[in-house]
Ligand binder design. Structure first.
Ligand code: NAP
Length: 494
């Protein structure tokens, strides 16, 4: 890579154009600079798409198992760097080091899973209604795809998109979140080192609109895979729709954990604490609502307060830290803004609700884990805060719990803690989310299963698992007639 400033990666070369502005990323735990990057321009986007388009035919025609082998090499490289990359994740966006390593492990798992897809990419063989006719489908690459990613899983989400797109034979232009540009360059470096041909993967860092808009609008880009906030997603969708593109959206969540009277409370509380305050609440699947049945409500509240009083908040690189900072000054302002709005709206603040200060806290963006006794109709209970804020809601019974759980605009993940198998299955059926956990927290996706949600969480697609192939391929349907005569479907006598 060129010099101190991390370059754009276009056509297999890292470049730092001399006339571009730069931006930096900072460690949210202490304000130190992590890296300096090129602010890409529409001209850079144009060059990156051009490089991807040029590289596409040869990559598409590379046998899929060979593409898979290259991914195995990427996984090997990532595994060899797991500790260093995990630390980079933690330094750049503040999640605790165990989760930083987890972010890298999820990348390794997914890249390996997708490597295997190189030997599957299954089509279908389907019977014909006519004699001597064979009907089958093939999966084909789409062409140049745009991958736009958020900062909260800065290794895993880029790899989810890039590895899936590449094994299917597409070429990629990658626009990462500006907050985690260092992680993005490390991801791309692994693919380069594994021997990916020039132009197959290109990276343009820079501001969302400046880089994102021309990328989405360019007619050479046929598919946009976007993960981020609902408002940005809506804008991306509209822009893509003008070009009749396939736009895959993975957006926010307002995920409930239901605790029924018959739950194992120890387990349910562990799940709630991990779900709500892991990654400082900045996961799309974070538990942001705890929906508790009346019979155990007071006990859950008391025990939560006790546990939160003992929470260790501090340096995310320290193994003993329970929760690190939020990811940026913007995140801090957003979360504290919600707390203030909640208080004004008459929500009952029970724990936290402030910026932590004094000593090392003053150098970073630390927000105390926060607990509200929330009103069902209030913003704290309904909007995605994306920080360490948990809304507690009391319910009468299972039916009431499901009503409350479903009464939001999002539908990504949900959890229910109960020992009653009927209640568990009733909840699985009734909860309006793409993912449901029984006796496990709302976070904890595994890469071999489809991931995504309903309502405003997206536009119906799924990532990961076998669904990843759907996102990045076209289906070609083929009819082979070996009857040696004209046969007419639907018209020939039956
Ligand atoms: P964001 O602000 O929407 O940004 C996401 C990405 O979009 C970033 O790369 C951003 O670039 C880019 N962007 C911004 N404006 C754009 C535009 N006009 N056109 C194209 N791209 C644009 O979201 P975030 O704050 O990074 O991430 C948090 C959100 O992501 C939360 O809502 C969370 O729930 C969601 N999320 C969803 C999933 C899921 O799978 N459902 C997973 C993780 C996160 P810049 O960084 O340069 O602004």
């Amino acid at each position: 890579m060129a010099g101190e400033v991390r370059g754009l990666y276009i056509g297999g070369r890292w470049t730092v154009p001399s006339d571009r502005a730069h931006f930096t990323t900072r460690n949210p735990a202490n304000g130190e600079t992590v890296g300096e990057f090129v602010s890409g321009t529409p001209a850079d986007v144009d060059a990156a798409i051009g490089a991807a388009q040029k590289a596409f035919p040869a990559w598409r025609d590379t046998p899929a198992p060979k593409r898979g082998e290259l991914l195995l090499e990427v996984a090997r490289i990532l595994r060899g760097r797991k500790e260093a990359l995990g630390r980079t994740v933690t330094r750049e966006m503040g999640k605790v080091i165990a989760e930083g390593r987890g972010d890298v492990q999820e990348s390794i798992d997914f890249v390996e899973y997708m490597a295997g897809e190189g030997r599957r990419l299954f089509g279908e063989t389907v019977p014909s209604e006519l004699h001597s006719k064979l009907c089958l489908t093939f999966r084909e690459a789409k062409g140049v795809v745009a991958c736009i990613t958020p900062w909260n899983f800065p290794m895993a989400i880029p790899n989810w998109k890039i590895a899936a797109a590449l094994v299917c034979g597409n070429s990629v232009v990658f626009k990462p979140a500006s907050n985690t540009a260092q992680c993005a360059t490390e991801v791309v470096a692994a693919y380069e080192e594994a021997g990916l041909p020039p132009g197959v993967l290109n990276l343009v860092t820079g501001a969302g609109g400046t880089v994102g808009n021309p990328l989405i609008e360019d007619p050479r880009v046929r598919t946009v895979s976007f993960t981020g906030g609902v408002e940005t997603g809506r804008e991306v969708y509209v822009r893509g729709a003008k070009g009749l593109k396939m736009v895959h959206l993975e957006l926010g969540g307002k995920n409930p954990e239901i605790i029924l009277d018959d739950a194992n409370l120890d387990l349910a509380l562990e799940g709630a604490l991990f779900g709500a305050f892991g990654t400082s609440g900045q996961r799309c699947t974070a538990t942001s609502r705890l929906v508790v049945q009346a019979g155990v409500y007071d006990e859950v509240l008391g025990r939560l307060k006790e546990r939160l009083a003992k929470f260790r908040i501090g340096d995310p690189l320290e193994a003993s830290t329970d929760m690190g900072p939020v990811a940026s000054a913007d995140q801090e302002a957003k979360v504290l803004g919600y707390v203030e709005a909640g208080k004004k709206d008459g929500e009952r603040l029970l724990v936290g609700g402030s910026k932590l200060s004094g000593g090392a806290y003053d150098r970073g963006h630390y927000v105390a884990p926060t607990l509200f006794e929330a009103r069902r109709e209030g913003r704290i209970a309904r909007e995605e805060i994306f920080g360490p804020v948990l809304a507690l809601l009391k319910v009468r019974d299972l039916a009431d719990a499901i009503r409350v759980a479903n009464d939001v605009d999002y539908g990504l993940s949900s959890a229910i803690y109960t020992r009653d198998v009927n209640h568990a299955f009733e909840a699985v059926r009734a909860l309006e989310t793409g993912i449901v956990y029984v006796n496990a927290p709302t976070i904890g996706a595994e890469v071999q299963l489809p991931f995504g949600g309903v309502k405003n969480t997206g536009n119906g697609g799924r990532e990961a698992g076998s669904a990843a192939v759907e996102e990045f391929t076209e289906t070609k349907t083929v009819f082979l007639d070996f009857s040696n005569r004209l046969q007419k479907a639907q018209i020939d006598p039956r």
